[in-house]
Design a protein around this ligand. Structure first.
Ligand SMILES: Nc1ncnc2c1ncn2[C@@H]1O[C@H](COP(=O)(O)OP(=O)(O)OP(=O)(O)O)[C@@H](O)[C@H]1O
Length: 266
């Protein structure tokens, strides 16, 4: 709804000199990251390298100890961004566990951000918009009235995706979207993300451990290691990067299997 009014020529995300720490533990030091508009960037790294902490900092949920963050051309750490909710209105987030309200139906869940940001809209219009997002996420009409507990894991992910898309965001954050899905369900979810990204012109920040997802849909991959973004480039370049974690990740047994699957499809 409002994505386009935010400085269309600037990168979707620009991070410079970021420092995040918890007490003595430094998670990020001097971290830089650029995410271009309209791309799917896969964010990978070993457990505890700070992928979620980075996402939370970009979303303004936890201010960093130092550094600059711009989202859609707006200084994300400024009072203006915080007070106006500008970034919140232009970003959708799918959290790892879905984070749906268990006592609300799927349609009510998807309506929450609409009611919060567009309280002047009549109830029936909010419901129609929610149902549109539910269908866009590949769920049937009947899913709208169901509680999250009445859905399968894959369907819950789609419901959470519908809620993330509720405000027509320019920028979509996905935290391990295929975790817990079987390989067929995961591939279908990847396909859905790619289709929606193309159709809606979304920029997607995707945290994943899933090599198949990286090969299937990511335009670029940012690797977190040694407290920073080690490399941020197309996959073919990242695979060759000389770092023990990168080499183990991409050229270990699972990396080789994902590359073989891609070669078979081509
Ligand atoms: N609220 C918090 N309080 C203290 N430490 C935290 C907090 N949140 C994160 N951390 C620490 O920051 C580090 C990075 O955590 P984060 O969840 O971002 O890792 P991650 O790369 O997303 O890991 P995973 O791949 O396992 O999900 C971890 O060592 C974690 O313990």
């Amino acid at each position: 709804m409002t994505g386009q009014i935010l400085e269309p020529s600037t990168p979707a995300i620009r991070v410079r000199g970021l420092r995040n720490s918890f007490g003595e533990q430094v998670v990020h030091e001097n971290l830089d990251l650029d995410v271009e508009r309209g791309e799917i960037i896969g964010v990978v790294g070993g457990s505890g390298t700070g992928k979620s902490v980075l996402m939370r900092a970009i979303l303004g949920l936890r201010p960093p100890q130092a550094g600059e963050i711009e989202v859609l051309g707006v200084d994300a750490l400024s009072d203006r961004a915080r007070e106006s909710g500008l970034i919140e209105r232009n970003t959708g987030v799918l959290y790892q566990n879905g984070a749906l309200f268990s006592s609300l139906s799927v349609a009510e869940n998807v309506s929450v951000p609409l009611k919060e940001h567009y309280s002047e809209l009549p109830e029936d219009m909010i419901h129609d918009l929610a149902m549109l997002k539910i269908r866009m996420s590949g769920l049937g009409e009947d899913a709208g009235a169901k509680l999250p507990s009445q859905l399968s894991g894959g369907m819950r992910k789609r419901a959470a995706l519908a809620r993330a898309l509720a405000l027509d965001p320019a920028l979509l954050f996905l935290d391990e979207p295929t975790a817990g899905l079987d390989p067929i369900g995961a591939a279908a979810f990847d396909e859905l993300i790619k289709t929606l990204q193309r159709a809606l012109g979304l920029t997607v920040f995707l945290i994943t451990h899933d090599l198949d997802t990286l090969y299937a849909i990511c335009d670029r991959v940012a690797v977190l290691a040694d407290k920073r973004v080690l490399v941020n480039a197309p996959l073919a370049e990242v695979e060759k990067f000389d770092h023990p974690w990168v080499q183990e990740y991409f050229h270990g047994p699972r990396g080789r299997a994902a590359q073989a699957a891609l070669a078979k499809e081509a």
